[in-house]
Write a protein that binds this ligand. Structure first.
Ligand SMILES: [Zn+2]
Length: 337
């Protein structure tokens, strides 16, 4: 080996003393956590069911316990820059999960502070949609974009917003709650207590409800999905049927895309984004069957001088790793406190 090569190796070691971050994604049914490098390669990861943790203290204790062998495998805590947490009902401003409707934990939980106390590294926490935007900008379809909105479609629907290359955090940490904008006054009951919210029509449950309404509206149309009971229907089945050319499956995703596109018109009008990026489980699985309808509904309804300027992109990340990459992305910006 030449001297030059030895020297470059030393420089590489010096500049990458903390080459890893920890990501933790707290979801409705499970938590996914692991260690990620700057290229977005997941070195190790594990998933646990949230039903095992009726309260957050035991959760923090157990996740730290499970992280320790991973941290050792990566060369110890001194090689870890920070930890990033993504959580539904996460407050971007204070590192807390606040009154989560889909977790058993109630009240205000200072999860970032709890992990920071246990691991002794900087910890940041973002709500899931803001984390998704951060992740898509760092590793995915929004790479290189400075003004964009990540539209995360899962059990619910939320938006992560970047303006002038910075994440919009909101006045008190809650931002991008487009899922609870009323699109049909007096419409379907939403989990938030209102009626006719966008998320009651464009989400995992919402799209399935749309499908069963379409079955009634178009009794003449045949579909393999008619054999499936409503309680057994999944988004995967709808996406697979759409892929196979099923007319009703394509119709329902087209309709759901149209509703989403109309709802994004004020968002595009207010912040003039370069692109909307569809992500989340439903967004990723069904996005390509909704993309055209979103784009058309958006542009038909936009002010003439804004038409056809905003793209609709699909997440380019693998769905099995995306939640962890989203959670970890903010950790690269997190400074020691
Ligand atoms: Zn609602």
């Amino acid at each position: 080996m030449s001297t030059f090569e030895d020297h470059s190796h030393d420089i590489e070691l010096l500049t990458s003393v903390k080459p890893y971050v920890i990501g933790l994604c707290v979801m409705e049914h499970s938590a996914l956590f692991g260690i990620v490098d700057a290229r977005g390669d997941v070195l190790c990861s594990e998933s646990v069911p949230m039903s095992d943790y009726p309260e957050p203290t035991a959760f923090v204790f157990d996740i730290c316990d499970r992280l320790l062998p991973m941290i050792e495998k990566c060369g110890g805590l001194e090689r870890i820059k920070a930890m990033g947490i993504s959580a539904c009902s996460g407050n971007n401003r204070n590192g807390c999960i606040e009154n989560p409707s889909n977790l058993k934990w109630g009240g205000k939980i200072p999860l970032a502070k709890m992990f920071q106390g246990s691991l002794a590294i900087p910890v940041s926490l973002l709500n899931d949609a803001t984390a998704a935007a951060m992740g898509e900008m760092t590793f995915g379809a929004a790479h290189g974009l400075q003004n964009f909105v990540a539209v995360s479609v899962n059990v619910g629907l939320g938006a992560g917003i970047f303006v002038n290359n910075r994440a919009v955090l909101g006045y008190n940490g809650r931002v991008g709650e487009i899922g609870h904008v009323t699109i049909f006054p007096g419409g379907r009951a939403c989990g938030c207590g209102k009626e006719g919210c966008l998320e009651s029509y464009v989400s995992r449950r919402g799209i399935i409800d749309n499908l069963f309404e379409l079955f009634k509206t178009y009794p003449e149309l045949t579909s393999t999905l008619r054999q499936v009971k409503k309680e057994d229907m999944t988004i995967d089945m709808i996406a697979e049927a759409a892929e196979a050319g099923d007319e009703v499956a394509n119709k329902v995703l087209n309709y759901s895309g149209e509703l989403l596109g109309k709802a994004l018109v004020p968002v595009a009008s207010f912040i003039n984004p370069e692109a909307f990026v569809l992500c989340g489980e439903v967004g990723t699985k069904c996005g390509r069957f909704m993309q055209r309808a979103i784009l058309e509904a958006l542009n038909v309804n936009l002010f003439s001088q804004m038409k056809w300027q905003t793209r609709v992109l699909l997440s380019s990340l693998d769905l099995s790793e995306a939640p962890l990459l989203y959670a970890s992305a903010e950790a690269w910006n997190t400074k020691a406190v």
